[in-house]
Design a protein around this ligand. Structure first.
Ligand code: G
Ligand code: G
Ligand code: MN
Ligand code: NA
Length: 262
């Protein structure tokens, strides 16, 4: 009885839920955004992470209704934070798969999620994974353009891990880039950033982002040392265990009232 067979029923039964991981300014460590991350409370298997069911949902097409639910849920939560915390409320990042990005209905889905929740469009940021969604698909370029016309922002997730045809940096109206945690390693106290190839790549990407006027977010910020090194290099925002694990909306609200590290 496979995971994918049960999935449509799971959506009807409300078995999916979202957690939110903090994204913080590396300069003043304030909470600037949260990434919505979907989970499935499976009645037999316990809580499943997205790696265990998003690929199947993408394959079967269930990602379209599931993605619609994720958008509505994340926008409703973001709007509630906006009403409660005003300018301190974080921007909400939602992951979009390749199949969603090729689907013209996404534009209407996003419009409806924004209108029904009352979330300001600029507070919604869509994360598009490089190499999947950003292939040579005219269709997705048109969809993503139409979304930016609505006022939402776009960021490239896992930047540098696809088969980087960097033409999309020119063709898409992007707001930001996210570096995957695989690029980020604990700084070696005996070696400067200049002596470490991994960190030199991060430095180069920092320059690229700045040149293009894009906000750069590093994932995998596990320690204060990593956060400090990234800030010195000019990276804007960080996400990772140092700032906080993916967590429930209620626990995230406690973070909204305080300053990291928590
Ligand atoms: O939460 P976790 O770190 O296990 O997430 C793993 C990956 O699953 C993320 O990098 C992200 O790309 C993907 N993912 C998480 N939540 C969602 C979601 O709501 N929609 C889509 N399409 N992908 C998600
Ligand atoms: O969208 P994306 O696939 O990038 O989602 C972020 C993923 O990275 C999630 O699966 C999350 O659990 C994971 N992650 C978040 N913070 C850290 C961290 O500090 N270190 C590592 N290794 N992984 C992290
Ligand atoms: Mn992401
Ligand atoms: Na990522």
């Amino acid at each position: 009885y496979t995971v994918s067979v049960r999935m449509p029923k799971a959506l009807d039964r409300g078995e999916f839920f979202l957690e939110y991981q903090p994204i913080c300014s590396l300069v003043d460590r304030s909470l600037t955004a949260v990434e919505a991350l979907v989970r499935w409370r499976h009645p037999l298997l316990g809580v499943l992470g997205p790696d265990e069911f998003v690929p199947a949902a993408e394959e079967t097409g269930l990602i379209l209704p599931l993605g619609r639910w994720i958008l509505r849920e994340a926008c409703a939560q973001g709007a509630a934070w906006q009403r409660r915390y005003g300018s301190r409320a974080p921007q909400v990042n939602v992951n979009i798969t390749a199949r969603q990005a090729r689907n013209k209905g996404l534009v209407a889905d996003v419009g409806r999620a924004l209108a029904d929740s009352g979330l300001e469009p600029a507070m919604l940021q869509l994360e598009i994974t490089e190499g999947t969604a950003l292939g040579p698909h005219d269709e997705s370029l048109r969809v993503l353009d139409a979304l930016v016309d609505k006022g939402v922002t776009l960021t490239v997730d896992d930047f540098g891990t696809g088969w980087s045809n960097l033409a999309y940096l020119r063709d898409l109206p992007l707001a930001g880039l996210k570096l995957p945690s695989s690029f980020i390693t604990e700084p070696d106290p005996g070696r400067s950033a200049d002596e470490d190839v991994g960190w030199r790549i991060v430095g180069g990407l920092t320059t690229l982002a700045r040149t293009l006027g894009l906000t750069l977010t590093a994932e995998g910020v596990e320690t204060a040392e990593i956060a400090d090194r990234l800030r010195e290099m000019g990276c804007d925002w960080g996400q990772g265990w140092y700032f906080g694990r993916p967590t429930s909306p209620r626990d995230l609200e406690e973070l909204l009232l305080r300053r990291p590290p928590w």
